[in-house]
Design a protein around this ligand. Structure first.
Ligand code: 3SL
Length: 240
């Protein structure tokens, strides 16, 4: 009998070293809003994205003439071209360009998992394409939640649960780690109205206070794109 593949969830980048496996595909998740913004940027024609962890690196790229998005604590940093709203990437300005992005948590999670077998980007906006692609791979899957400053958050866990739930439906192929099981139960209790479920979460409240409720709603919208961004060296590119 063929050995089952494992689907698991790492609830914080801080825990990544504990969950790392050499052969697993890592899906980086930052629903509010980095991975949703990245998927949107590719859908609107960006050629490549360079995710960077620090504002210093982002500043260096800006000096070299790159278009740069930089956000900290939900606020777009002054002196850069974009913040982290998916809406800011719905623009002709990015078509065919390489854009650099640095965010509070999302780009930190990408940095933490750089040494994985493969790193791809997940969001509700590309969820069906992502799940279908994952099911075609013969690989263990690790869903990495960016969280908030290394803490658990609901929105990333909910998305991880949605993907886990989808993959684990084939229990002849996949088995779950405990965190995958827990998040898929979370998803099952929330899937009929995810907005209602997350609107009192700390980051949704933070974004609502910044008058960004429309961003939250967009980031919960399913299947706006079929593009799966994948990390190749220092670049995120559109998966061929
Ligand atoms: O944490 C991140 O990387 C950001 O997505 C946070 S925010 O939604 O832009 O506030």
């Amino acid at each position: 009998m063929k050995k089952k593949l494992t689907v698991d969830v790492c609830l914080s980048p801080y825990l990544y070293p504990v969950y790392h496996r050499d052969d697993a595909i890592v899906v980086v998740i930052d629903i509010l809003r980095a991975t949703s913004a990245i998927c949107t940027a590719f859908h609107y024609g960006v050629d490549k994205i360079i995710p960077v962890a620090s504002v210093e690196e982002a500043t260096e790229y800006k000096k070299q003439g790159f278009l740069v998005g930089a956000e900290r604590n939900g606020i777009a940093l002054e002196g850069f071209d974009f913040g982290n709203s998916p809406y800011s990437y719905m623009s002709d300005k990015i078509k065919g360009e390489t854009v650099v992005i640095s965010t509070t948590n999302g780009t930190q999670a990408i940095e933490a998992s750089r040494n994985a077998y493969k790193v791809v980007i997940g969001a509700f906006t590309n969820i069906t394409a992502l799940c279908n692609w994952l099911k075609l791979q013969d690989r263990n899957v690790l869903l990495l939640c960016s969280g908030w400053k290394n803490r658990f958050n609901i929105e990333d866990s909910l998305f991880a649960g949605a993907v886990a739930d989808n993959l684990l439906a084939d229990n002849t192929k996949y088995k779950s780690g405990d965190a995958a099981l827990a998040t898929s139960i979370l998803y099952q209790s929330a899937h009929l109205n995810p907005y209602k479920y997350i609107r009192y979460s700390s980051h949704a409240e933070r974004l609502a206070a910044l008058r960004l409720k429309h961003d939250i709603k967009y980031c919960l919208t399913l299947d706006q794109t079929t593009i799966i961004p994948v990390l190749e060296g220092k670049y995120l590119v559109k998966m061929a």
